[in-house]
Design a protein around this ligand. Structure first.
Ligand code: NAX
Length: 324
């Protein structure tokens, strides 16, 4: 029998954790023939709730689930981990300054990065979901000098999927008709969902919608969808975020020709090297590759640059705070 893959989930007792763990255990993260071992990392006061979730996981009798471990110690949680989903983070509270938010998250993602560095398996792949996701991923990566930098990624797949769904509804086509969608930049309101490379029925998407809709409806709807979900549901996106995390890791491991992911920049498209920014990516041989050679017009350039500028500011802020 195949050795189980160890998947560590932080913030396991939270609402994304609750939507995520059952899908991992059922085989949707890695494949229907891959046994998994779950490690749930929580803060001490939420360990009991994580134990409750683990009881429910037991009660599913998932054939692929070979074991569950629950801990508040990152060194235990990441020991031998092959996949780490960093979901738990410090949310922005009313009146919190950006510096306070970054500092609080530095206190989480710095030590977790070090624990990954010291304990994880050689093939560790990290996806950061907890916000501010791109910069939290950068902090973790900078505390893990022995892990290849490219193994640290942040999630923009939910934004990508939101963009597919909005465009499909507008053009009255199934989402499967849409190819080459891209989210550029930061997972924040500055992100840029790009319809100038997306194709519907083999033709450029931007040419099938009017410019006002693209600029004044599509882009802000995708970028502010998280806030709209909170407004409607009274709670932030959880099942859709978990779904996107599953999509991201599945494609990373199993390959894809085109999706969006925030990965360390190699300087492509004018994004400063080292920033963890969203790009159009393919996955081949278990590695993300930035899709090269796209022409970027002035409209897109301005928006990509604005989002990347925000990432530079976040990086400079965490540097100034001594967090990286
Ligand atoms: P919840 O507040 O329901 O759960 C977070 C959990 O993390 C809590 O159980 C908490 O105890 C735990 N936690 C906090 N610090 C921890 C630490 N140091 N170690 C381990 N666990 C820790 O939040 P939830 O709705 O699950 O969202 C989690 C994160 O995802 C938030 O930061 C949220 O902003 C972010 N999101 C990111 C998205 C993305 O597209 N990248 C979309 C959805 C979501 O908003």
């Amino acid at each position: 029998a195949q050795t189980p893959v160890k998947v560590t989930v932080t913030g396991a007792a939270g609402q994304i954790g609750y939507a995520l763990l059952f899908r991992i255990a059922s085989g949707q993260l890695l494949g229907a023939d891959v046994p998994v071992k779950l490690s749930l990392l929580e803060v001490p006061q939420a360990v009991k709730a994580a134990e409750g979730t683990a009881m429910e996981l037991d009660d599913c009798a998932f054939p692929l689930l070979s074991g569950i471990e629950i801990t508040d110690d990152p060194n235990v949680a990441f020991a031998g981990a092959n996949v780490a989903l960093l979901v738990g983070a410090m949310p922005r509270k009313a009146g919190m300054e950006r510096g306070d938010l970054l500092e609080a998250n530095g206190g989480i993602f710095g030590p977790q990065g070090k624990a990954i560095n010291d304990n994880a398996a050689d093939d560790i792949r990290v996806l950061v979901v907890g916000n501010p996701a791109n910069t939290n991923a950068l902090i973790a990566q900078q505390h893990a000098p022995d892990v290849p930098a490219e193994r640290f990624t942040a999630m923009t797949r939910l934004d990508h999927n939101r963009a597919l769904s909005q465009l499909a509804a507008k053009l009255q086509v199934p989402v499967t008709e849409i190819k080459k969608m891209t989210i550029w930049g930061n997972h924040s309101a500055t992100q840029y969902p790009d319809l100038f490379h997306a194709e519907v029925g083999g033709k450029i998407a931007a040419e099938q919608v009017d410019e006002a809709w693209l600029r004044d409806t599509f882009i802000p709807t995708v970028a502010k969808r998280g806030a709209a979900i909170i407004e409607a549901r009274g709670a932030s996106s959880a099942a859709s975020a978990a779904n996107a995390a599953i999509d991201h890791v599945f494609d990373w491991v199993n390959g894809t020709e085109w999706t969006s992911a925030a990965i360390p920049s190699d300087g492509s498209y004018g994004v400063p090297e080292g920033l963890i920014s969203s790009f159009p990516v393919a996955s081949r041989g278990g590695r993300w590759e930035i899709i090269q050679g796209l022409e970027i017009d002035a409209f897109s350039r301005e928006r990509i640059d604005a989002s990347v500028r925000e990432l530079v500011e976040e990086r400079d802020a965490v540097r100034a705070l001594g967090l990286i």
